[in-house]
Design a protein around this ligand. Structure first.
Ligand code: 13P
Length: 255
């Protein structure tokens, strides 16, 4: 098996969004404990808490295999950007990943594909792996445009130099986020195959092992089915990642 065809190592990531006070670190300790006790090492685990919890979570995860990531970064390494966080600052705290272009940032903060690409470039510059999010709205899916929309987003949101080491793609249909709705396994398979094709055309062999995550209402009850779909190399989990009890069965589905 060549490097280009080797199946990617799965990544199960939790995006806490704007949730979690210091008391929530108990969940992280519980998760790290379950992982250690399981003795399993078949997937990478990642938590992306709000910025306020990055440092205490780094301490809580010390000695654990669970990685830490930011939820967003600025494109510049430093400067007069009140309230923003540079990719270098995330790396400085021990982060290994950063989510860029989440649909909540695209929608609530008007982030464009070009801005997302600049943030992914910043992640590369800082030595982080960017988790670049793409996904269609309900209206776009109903109009039969899901694949075209996602393809266009990908091409415009990914900078030059993306490899399987510095980039992960998260396919998150906007209508599936926080709604309890999910696409069928066949729909996920079709979109992920399309994403794999586009990545191959754009980046060649460097994209062969790029990890493609599915996100949107992943729960204990549907994780095994979604994670078994071809070209699904892991999950980006929102609500269900906030509790160790809810997150662990999702992790175990691919561990
Ligand atoms: P939910 O799992 O809460 O639907 O959120 C998905 C998501 O947006 C992860 O980034």
């Amino acid at each position: 098996m060549t490097a280009a065809t080797k199946p990617p190592r799965p990544l199960i990531a939790g995006n806490w969004k704007m949730n979690g006070l210091l008391a929530a670190l108990a969940e992280v300790r519980a998760l790290a404990g379950r992982l250690a006790r399981s003795g399993k090492t078949g997937a990478d685990l990642l938590l992306c808490p709000p910025a306020t919890l990055l440092h205490p979570m780094a301490q809580a995860l010390s000695g654990s295999a669970i990685a830490l990531g930011g939820q967003d970064c600025h494109a510049e390494p430093k400067g007069a950007h009140t309230g923003d966080i540079a990719a270098e600052m995330l790396a400085d705290l021990g982060c290994r990943y950063v989510i860029v272009g989440h649909s909540e940032r695209r929608q609530n903060h008007g982030e464009t594909d070009a801005e997302v690409a600049a943030k992914a470039t910043a992640a590369q510059r800082a030595g982080l792996t960017a988790i670049v999010c793409v996904g269609e709205t309900r209206a776009e899916r109903e109009a039969g445009r899901a694949e075209a929309v996602v393809t266009a987003q990908l091409l415009a949101s990914l900078p030059a130099g993306c490899t399987d080491r510095n980039t992960v793609i998260a396919y998150e249909p906007v209508w599936a986020i926080g709604t309890g709705l999910t696409p069928t396994a066949a729909d996920v398979a079709a979109l992920h195959a399309a994403i794999r094709r586009v990545l191959g055309q754009r980046f060649g062999a460097a994209a062969g092992c790029m990890r493609l995550l599915y996100g949107g209402s992943v729960k204990a009850g549907n994780a095994a089915e979604l994670l078994a779909v071809a070209n699904v190399d892991g999950a980006l989990v929102g609500g269900a990642s906030l509790s160790a009890t809810e997150f662990w069965p999702i992790v175990e589905a691919r561990l």
